[in-house]
Design a protein around this ligand. Structure first.
Ligand code: NAX
Ligand code: K
Length: 493
């Protein structure tokens, strides 16, 4: 997993590496500048004429050092110092002086059309308030200019803590994130302003946290090593039994998508428990499934299905009628296996919040933002502003694992917080959530611990979406494309 840091966590690591381990600040700055220049070259920036726009903090210092490195390579690199000369940091003042000593050209504004590349080094992780006045004009003039923009660390104006735009912000083509990606690189809209973001190693590593690690992590390819191993001599019983309680009249697709996803994820046996009217269609679409169908599912049938399974998912296309309510109440009371609660199960829970206290098996709730509004009572605006904090608070209060689905899905058990970075807007299509429920239920059935199953499920689901975006495109992709791509994604690991 990759750490995603807040401005404060970055400052702490910075400070520790400099003050406690004794690495001189200027060494870090030189590495930041060298790595940034290399990245610009690698990313094909036209370096015929470069303008570096520097502020008075250390982000500006990185900018001055970059300008000097470019200049000494024979590139026409000029400087626009936009900060307050009285507030120059020690390092920035020194870097500025070096540029002056070399006789580099300083400009006082941004002439239109004269530069091929602009380096944005106005503010980095030290941005502490809204951008106003002359700074606002500087940023707007950078955005108006046709040159390709490289942002040092993070686009100026983007909050490192939550990706929000603080008044106005630079729109970069490429961003070189120094040492760690900040939350603002990953959360929207910051992620869009940053363009293509690359992580640059400058010598500040996790040792800088001195054991006090950042609160938020992002899953990476390391997830594949967590997936259930497959014994060579295993049989279908060895690979777990998943039960999907899904699909009501006119909603057979939800049962199909969630059940099939569980099967594709490697589960030995999948049972779909659904209304009788779905029997024929499911047998045709999904012959690999064991079906349990009744006109009105009795408590005995549900209990039998639960005792057969190693994990169960309930909710996709379930409806919210009286029968569905009874079914959910029975499952919550009787289940002795980990549960995934999704879609209509969550809508029913919003009406009966105390039901979460029923039973004591691990529960994974997978609401999208609209369902989370109903579940938590927070407004959409509040949730958008503080998705990590509010998700963690809900998970802690209700002792569940919460998967809050959005452009950046959050997985939390109240202590650990994971922000997923795979996936794309093509996945905002009917049935996509059903597939996720099936994947997570399948991983649980194969014996994964609930939190790991939720994190891995969200990550794999996003990767399948990214593959579908490549092969089909974000407009045309459907949930069935996620099912098509999932085997290939799992094979990669
Ligand atoms: N040695 C270090 O500490 C290193 C720092 N690094 C760079 O340093 C940056 C952080 O440096 P700083 O903490 O100096 O902060 P910044 O350079 O991001 O900005 C801080 C300066 O901007 C001012 N400021 C903040 N918000 C403002 C606003 N809205 N309007 C007007 N002025 C505003 C502050 O008063 C301060 O003068 C990182 O993003 C990174 O680029 C890198 O050089 C690596 C090493
Ligand atoms: K910047």
């Amino acid at each position: 997993m990759e750490y995603l840091v807040s401005a404060e966590e970055m400052r702490r690591a910075d400070h520790c590496v400099i003050e406690e381990y004794g690495v001189p600040s200027l060494v870090l700055m030189e590495r930041a500048a060298l790595a940034s220049v290399e990245l610009m070259e690698r990313e094909g920036f036209d370096l015929s004429r470069v303008l570096v726009v520097s502020g008075s903090g250390n982000n500006g210092g990185d900018g001055f050092a970059m300008a000097r490195i470019l200049y000494l390579k024979g590139i026409e690199a000029e400087l626009w110092f936009v900060g307050n000369p009285d507030h120059l940091s020690k390092e920035a003042a020194l870097q500025k002086k070096i540029c002056e000593n070399y006789g580099m050209k300083f400009v006082r504004n941004l002439p239109a059309g004269e530069y091929t590349t602009i380096v944005d080094a106005v503010f980095g992780s030290g941005l502490s308030r809204e951008v106003k006045g002359s700074y606002r004009e500087v940023i707007e003039s950078i955005n108006r200019h046709p040159a390709k923009v490289f942002a040092v660390d993070i686009p100026s104006g983007i909050s490192s803590d939550d990706g929000s735009v603080q008044g106005t912000a630079v729109r970069a083509a490429v961003t070189g994130a120094l040492a760690f990606r900040k939350l603002g690189h990953v959360l929207y809209p910051g992620t869009e302003y940053a363009g293509r973001t690359f992580l640059l190693d400058i010598g500040i590593t996790k040792e800088g946290f001195k054991g006090q690690f950042p609160r938020v992590q992002a899953p990476d390819r390391g997830i594949f090593s967590l997936l259930p191993t497959r014994k060579a001599f295993g049989n279908k019983g060895t690979f777990g039994k998943a039960c999907l309680m899904a699909g009501s009249r006119n909603m057979a697709g939800a049962a199909y998508l969630s059940g099939k996803a569980a099967a594709i994820t490697g589960t030995g046996l999948v049972r779909v428990v659904t209304e009788g009217c779905n029997r024929e269609i499911l047998q045709t679409l999904f012959p690999e499934a064991v079906l349990t169908t009744e006109e009105m599912l009795s408590e005995e049938t549900l209990v039998n299905a639960l005792s057969w399974a190693d994990a169960a998912g309930i909710g996709p296309g379930l409806s919210t009628g009286e029968a569905a309510e009874k079914e959910l109440a029975c499952v919550l009371t009787q289940a002795k296996i980990p549960l995934v609660l999704d879609a209509d199960a969550l809508n029913i829970l919003s009406k009966h919040p105390d039901w979460l206290k029923k039973g004591d098996t691990p529960k994974i709730l997978t609401p999208h933002m609209g369902e989370m509004v109903r579940l938590s009572g927070h407004s959409m605006e509040e949730l958008k502003q503080k998705p990590l904090e509010l998700a963690a608070a809900y998970a802690k209060e209700h002792e569940v694992i919460l998967v809050l689905k959005d452009a950046r899905t959050v997985v939390t058990d109240g202590e650990r917080i994971v922000l997923n970075t795979t996936g794309n807007n093509g996945m905002a299509t009917g049935g996509s959530g059903d597939v996720l429920t099936g994947i997570i239920t399948g991983l649980l059935a194969q014996g994964m611990a609930p939190f790991e199953a939720a994190v891995s499920g969200v990550y794999l689901h996003g990767l399948a979406g990214d593959r579908a975006a490549e092969n089909t495109g974000v407009r045309g992709m459907l949930s069935t494309d996620l099912l098509k791509e999932l085997p290939g994604v799992l094979k990669e690991g």
